[in-house]
Ligand binder design. Sequence first.
Ligand code: NOJ
Ligand code: CA
Length: 537
Amino acid sequence: MSMNSSPWWKEATIYQIYPRSFFDTNGDGEGDLPGVTSKLEYVKSLGVDAIWLSPFYTSPNIDGGYDVADPRDVDPRFGNLADAKQMIDVAHSLDLRILVDVVPNHFSDQHVWFQEALKAGRGSSARSRFHFYDANPDGTPPNNWISLFGGPSWMQVEDGQFYLHLFDSSQPDLNWDNEEVATDYEKTLRFWLDLGVDGFRIDVAHGLVKEDVLKDHPNPQGLSDALRLDMSMDSEKRYELLSSVPYFDRQGVHEIYRKWRKIFDSYGDRDVMAVAEAWVHPPVNATRYVRPDELHQVFNFDLLDAPFNAEHLYDVVSRSIELMKSVDALPTWALSNHDSPRVASRLGDLQSRALALFVIALPGSAYIFAGQELGLPDGVISDEFRQDPIYFRTNGLQKGRDGARVPLPWDGDTAPFGFTSGKPWLPMHDSWKELTIDKQSVDPKSSLNLYRNALNLRAEHLVNNGEIKWLNSPHHGIKNPSLLAFSRGDMSVYMNLGETAIEVEVTGKVLIVTAGIPDSRDGKLTIPPVSTMWIHH
Ligand code: NOJ
Ligand code: CA
């Protein structure tokens, strides 16, 4: 493929907005679509190519909008369809693409279909759109699967039948063997494409097809633990448990995406793209989602919980690149999202800056979670304010994901920092005073300006600049075990993960560094401790 004909998404930077936490325009304490629209200039100033918006559809909002009651309308808390159209149009006028999040694995129990199913009773066609089954003779649920949010994955209704819910009990799983489900979803895709969006993030893309629904799993608790990122487990054990999950990564999901791809392609030069949220094992299975007649990208979650360790990061990065190469695709990279602890809290400020600069230089697409560019830590939330269903379904054992979802600090010296004129939906604290967008904008050393500079330099020097060549890694010409370095085109990238400066023999111009002052003399360059540096040759 020639450089110019590369589609926009091949090596894009995509900014994830959690609309509820972005910017509030009507003082109800929750972000909204007019809020997104009013801040698109800010998004543009970062140098990103596209925005992915977490759900803003009609929803009782038990699971932050991933419980969709009408996938073709906007929830009043976020505005209305005209606001969505306005947001898309303004984004396009700024040359920003828009991806919306679709949630095809389940609906909310408030969706008309589910309400109909409850009324229609057992054996009805309304129930066959979901997974309704009778109880076992002893009254127990049809099988022993555990919900990903904790507790059983079955909920009993009044007449004694159970329905399947892999997530919260308010999120009944759809039955994708039912043609009506498939047809309705195609309608949803076209609806948003016709409104002007440029593509989709597909929630739980690996989950749509279930097998053996009436069979018990031999180790449901083990499987449930293995599925949790925050649970440490012997990796072979985890591997074994995850190698075949009756409700994940079944072959049937690929038929669905082949059909969807035809829809996307029917929009021709709109260059519609879709990215799959697919947690699959072994990792090679992820490549199936991006075969040429399926989706365009698949999320790579390996960096979300990766330690700041050279050997580990080398393995993850090189493996991700090799895997995707086998299907002629490029990897995706993400350090944070709305489901995991923020990278600055997990690794520390310097470390997360260094890792971000490293990742932004890699081939493929980089996803940046709103607030990550500010180096935001997780918000401190006392239990009484928690909202995540994970917290409630595990009886507080797991704290849930609210920490990553605290609204953005825009300006001023005290919380809620201009996010809202009312009371923010999650508590914000004055301790974020130095982190506001306003303050960081004028500080050349801020995390925000680091991201801005890096994204601009990436567009200029790295995008479409081919593969990387390792210069120093645990497996290539090891000079220092704390150093990871690669070259790409006429650039080279050095990440020092250690606490002491490292001297390397290299000439060129330092374009950007995350910490310290690079010292360059007689063809030797000093890489400060815990920093990443880009060099132009
Ligand atoms: C993945 C989403 O990212 C998460 O926020 C949500 O709770 C589950 N899917 C269920 O839709
Ligand atoms: Ca609002």
